[in-house]
Design a binder for this molecule. Structure first.
Ligand SMILES: Nc1ncnc2c1ncn2[C@@H]1O[C@H](COP(=O)(O)OP(=O)(O)OP(=O)(O)O)[C@@H](O)[C@H]1O
Length: 267
């Protein structure tokens, strides 16, 4: 297994945020982390990469407890793309992507051909090659997101954790970034809100409800109408799309239970 969580819990300020979560992520898989707002997705991602220390349970990488790995070992093998990460420094796109090479360099080592190749490939993968000299502060939200992903890709990690990577992206770029993530041989775990995109681009899904694991497995076993109703309180009809072959979730308007009125449009 690549990453495993064994009965992981995290509490803060007397509140249990992540509650006894166990999961096993197979190398090379793309895993979607789903759940309503506040269900603990970001917190679990932070526990998986060691930014938070579990109050109970253990996270392992290739069966080694996370605590036994040095910061450098973790930084080399794992990259995290957080939501809304920003900087006050006056840096260019290239500067940000080059930061992805930091774990591979020491104070004494120079900048190598391999570092340049990784940076160029990452810029090309997110379609930002021609923007390399643009100031970070002048980028749109979606462009910043793509540059963050390029920084993570330049790191050439074994595991890539992404917190809502499609946030700020228009639909074309959402599809492009998720297709890119899916194509990578890197193990990817990403928090997502869009159930349809999760069904299209993930091998496995992990669904959280109030910090607990509600379901985990292939999209077909996790995304059922009954479960979506239990976890999100939303009625759905789920079918296999005749267009792309993946599950498609249709969200149904709320029924007016007081009048038993038929389904009405959201508007
Ligand atoms: N450092 C903290 N101190 C106090 N509460 C926290 C802290 N970090 C997270 N929480 C709380 O834990 C809960 C889970 O937060 P988290 O960000 O993990 O959820 P999420 O599923 O990623 O949510 P969203 O979909 O809205 O991004 C929230 O209620 C949040 O307010």
């Amino acid at each position: 297994m690549s990453i495993q969580a064994h009965g992981v819990s995290w509490s803060t300020a007397g509140r249990l945020i992540v509650d006894d979560v166990s999961l096993a992520i197979t190398p090379g898989e793309t895993v979607g982390l789903l759940g309503p707002n506040g269900s603990g997705k970001s917190s679990l991602l932070r526990l998986l990469c060691g930014l938070r220390r579990a109050t109970e349970g253990v996270v392992t990488f290739d069966d080694a407890p996370l605590e036994q790995l040095s910061r450098r070992e973790i930084a080399r093998r794992l990259a995290l793309v957080e939501q809304n990460a920003t900087t006050d420094a006056d840096v260019t796109v290239l500067d940000v992507v080059r930061l992805g090479r930091t774990p591979w360099r020491s104070i004494l080592s120079g900048w190598h051909e391999e570092d340049s190749a990784a940076v160029e490939q990452a810029l090309a993968q997110v379609g930002m090659t021609t923007r390399r000299h643009q100031s970070w502060h002048t980028l749109s939200g979606g462009e910043r997101q793509r540059v963050h992903i390029a920084r993570a890709l330049a790191q050439r990690p074994q595991e890539l954790l992404l917190d809502e990577p499609t946030n700020h992206l228009d639909i074309q770029h959402q599809l492009e970034i998720l297709a890119l993530v899916r194509r990578l041989s890197t193990t990817c775990v990403m928090a997502l809100h869009d159930l349809n995109l999760a069904a299209m681009f993930c091998d496995q899904l992990v669904l959280l409800k109030e910090g607990r694991l509600a379901a985990a497995g292939k999209p077909e076993s996790v995304l059922t109408s009954q479960r979506i109703l239990e976890v999100y309180g939303v009625e759905t009809v789920i079918e296999r799309s005749p267009h792309h072959g993946c599950l498609h979730v249709h969200y149904l308007p709320r029924r007016d239970t007081s009048t038993q009125a038929p389904l009405t449009p959201y508007a």
